[in-house]
Write a protein that binds this ligand. Structure first.
Ligand code: ELE
Length: 217
């Protein structure tokens, strides 16, 4: 189950890839770091080819397609090998299609009204985006009152400095962020640094878990 795998990883590197040839080296850096998961954002023309390249080479690598805003993009991403879809906001055609086709989808929300629009879709996890700008941990704690059963994947403004505060929220399963495979590092082809940052994130998650924080491990 995708959601269980994401919970286990606790961190999803969000990437913007401009050259699809760099996708496999990025994936290898993440595999070496013990973090075989990625959300490739559909913000560049190379996104689709990047997904294909990783999926061909590493079939068990968990590949999400992010910034998805149309049904056509969902179809293309899934055909290329993406196993989950992430949207920045509430996109009803995308959600309906994913529900009908049984494609795991994590839609973005940042208000109670967004959440209410999605209640009928029976989604196990929602993306809280943009997390820091939309109220961060305080907002997640407030949302846990009326929407206690919903698990979130906060994304936007997450860093090693605030990761622990997010993962310590009872309604947070996993965090997304660009700090591990940052655009600048990919542009410089600094895969070593990406691996190091991945290793640091994995170590940080282990230490947070060892402290017995309240989120589900
Ligand atoms: O395009 C999307 O669908 C997104 O998820 C937006 C950003 O890529 C993430 O919010 C990462 O944000 P930072 O970690 O703050 O760089």
């Amino acid at each position: 189950m995708i959601y269980d795998k994401l919970k286990k990883m606790a961190v999803v590197p969000v990437v913007e890839i401009e050259d699809s040839h760099q996708a496999v080296p990025v994936a290898e850096a993440l595999i070496n770091a013990g973090l075989p998961v990625i959300e490739i954002t559909f913000r560049t023309d190379a996104a689709l080819e990047a997904i294909k390249n990783i999926a061909d080479q590493y079939p068990s690598f968990l590949i999400g397609a992010g910034t998805i805003s149309s049904v056509q993009q969902v179809q293309e991403a899934v055909d290329a090998g993406a196993t989950f879809i992430v949207t920045p906001g509430v996109n009803i055609p995308v959600l309906t299609y994913c529900r009908d086709m049984k494609i795991p989808v994590i839609p973005g929300v940042c208000t109670p009204s967004d959440i209410e629009r999605l209640l009928g879709y029976d989604l196990p996890m929602l993306k809280f985006f943009p997390a820091e700008a939309a109220g961060g941990v305080a907002m997640l704690k407030a949302l846990a009152g009326p929407y206690g059963a919903i698990q979130f994947m906060p994304t936007g403004g997450i860093s090693p400095e605030n990761l622990e505060s997010y993962l310590s929220c009872g309604n947070v399963s996993v965090c997304g962020g660009s700090w591990i495979a940052a655009k600048g590092l990919i542009q410089k082809a600094d895969f070593e640094e990406i691996q190091k940052l991945g290793e640091k994130a994995v170590a940080q998650v282990s230490s947070i878990r060892a402290k017995g924080q309240s989120y589900a491990a």
